[in-house]
Design a protein around this ligand. Structure first.
Ligand code: DGL
Length: 269
């Protein structure tokens, strides 16, 4: 059990921010990461399509002997987590929404929280539900920021263009009578734009990135199920549904190291 792999999937390369946090928290684990780059983005698709894609990704990963599944995509975690857990009740499954909601509730002092995400994540209101379950007094403002996804993939992370886009998306939130003191970066791509967003909102607003808290939750769950790896070093295997060279190139800034020497396999779902 202990040396079985942890499977992760995302609509593309965004979930590599979650893998990066996991590698820092749990470097001795074996990981299998699936990025469904052929069908990205999920965040603009209907609930039914997201569920269908998510179940196909899960099925692909389940071909391996896994000890845990991490849904490293906010859109899938918001919309399809119940469908995945219902179909695969025998395996521990962790999404990114609950850990993000917990971190937001720990951070807020004025109970005003904003959530930035894809259209489907905001529409699904999973963050609202998870935050209110912890802090019923919380007032939540959701804001879809779909263009941030393309910008992160294009490498437009800082400077004038990134800050203008952040101003565009955040202007209504920053004009509210009660300005949130905490903003959840509720999309795997948004941590890459953190500096630009922080420059626009100012240093008094705390930006929450659920990747770190998700990694801590995975760690705690592995401890409580006595399933931590006892290997000296872990391995990573990457699967993608589209061009391998593009996966390597676009994925690098998300993961923080070059994927050139990593094994990336092309798969069909
Ligand atoms: N990975 C997605 C998320 O975290 C963003 C990209 C997409 O829309 O598929 O919501």
């Amino acid at each position: 059990m202990n040396n079985k792999a942890i499977g992760l999937f995302d609509s593309g390369v965004g979930g590599l921010t979650v893998l990066k946090a996991l590698l820092q928290e749990l470097p001795r684990e074996n990981y299998i990461y699936l990025g469904d780059t052929a069908r990205l983005p999920y965040g603009t698709k209907s609930k039914e399509t997201i569920i269908r894609y998510a179940l196909q990704c899960t099925e692909k990963l389940m071909e391996n002997d896994l000890k845990m599944l991490v849904v490293a995509c906010n859109t899938v975690s918001s919309v399809a987590l119940p469908s995945i857990t219902e179909k695969y009740p025998h395996i521990q499954i962790v999404g990114v929404v609950e850990p993000g909601a917990e971190a937001a509730c720990q951070s807020t002092k004025n109970n005003h929280i904003a959530v930035l995400g894809t259209e489907s994540t905001i529409k699904g209101k999973a963050y609202d539900k998870a935050i209110l379950a912890i802090n019923p007094k919380a007032v939540i403002t959701g804001k879809p920021c779909p263009l941030f996804v393309g910008m992160a993939e294009e490498g437009i992370l800082k400077g004038h263009l990134a800050e203008e886009m952040a101003k565009h998306y955040l202007k209504d939130i920053l004009k509210q009578e009660h300005i949130p003191d905490t903003i959840v970066l509720g999309c795997t791509h948004f941590p890459l734009l953190k500096e630009a967003i922080q420059n626009v909102v100012g240093k008094d607003i705390h930006l929450v990135d659920s990747a770190q808290t998700t990694a801590k939750k995975v760690h705690a769950m592995l401890i409580s199920s006595n399933a931590l790896s006892d290997r000296a070093e872990g391995t990573i295997h990457f699967l993608t549904t589209d061009d391998i060279a593009k996966f390597r190139a676009v994925g690098e800034p998300f993961l923080g190291f070059s994927l050139n020497s990593s094994h990336v396999e092309l798969v069909d779902l």
